[in-house]
Design a protein around this ligand. Sequence first.
Ligand code: ZN
Length: 346
Amino acid sequence: MVHNECVAPALTDLEWIHRLPKAEVHLHLEGCVDAAVVAVAAERHGATSPLPLDEGRPVLGGLAELLAYLDWSCALITEPDELATIAYESARRSSVSGTRHIDVIANPTHWPGFADRLGLMLDALDDGFRNAEADGFATATLCLSLKRQQSATEALHFVDWMIERRHRRVGALSIDGNEAAGSHNERFAEAFGRAGAAGLRRCAHAGESSGADGVREAIELLGAERIDHGIRALEDPAVVAELVRRSIPLDICPSSNVILGVVPSLAEHPVVPLAAAGVAFSLNTDDPLLYGIDLAGEYARSAAAFGWDRPMLARIARTSIDSSFADDDRRHELHGELEDFLATNA
Ligand SMILES: [Zn+2]
């Protein structure tokens, strides 16, 4: 009889995924507000959701409804303490999925309660993230986001403020919003150029509500180092080739794409042909609390749908760390954690 009490039992695939050190780089602050927090704030303001709710979450028909809901829900948040709690909880919840770092996209246009006090908003978020890190949860970098409908002047003012303020929690400039009525990348080229020259990292939503042209413009006009979604790059082989040639990763959000109707089903998700073409990508939740998902679930669902094995998931985790805007030291640490884990849990 073999005595193997000292040998740890093999991890199930879901346990392995939960323990796999990884980063999440496409996570909206606006999608990390707990339904209970929204309910309390709505009560305080005597406000009613513009969308029907199911277990506190909005019933979504597409991207336009999602954005309208965020405008409503985030406007209810007016207290710095609420923001600190939202930030802390975002990092804590992410850690449950084995996420060791989060790049959090925050778009101030969704938060009118802080329109004239953006510095206070950043300080409050920083407090929450710092406390979460002190408690051993995921580290966090903020990507401050422009909205597609803003003017060139508004974008420049915002970027100039970011550069002048140089908040230690902010690592990147981002842009998001609905591109159905146009991406307007030329309008934002100067703002992104200024941000890049000042040392800010750059990412852009593209190839979700825009097609392959939106992805090409995000690269060429905005200098995006990472494309948020980017899946519709597949509509133009030349854009796919450009992503590969420049080693620009996509941050793909499979469930979000299905829920918002960008793709008809998970089985038909473009990540499979994009991966086959050699495009680097990470997996992400986008708006986890609005969809009722977490990152470990995205890895597990994708593995099941696409037949991905552990080496493939490890490769995606590596790309997630490479894609993140954590500083060099932190990324080095994260890679170390990942390789240590794989050395004993291949
Ligand atoms: Zn997004």
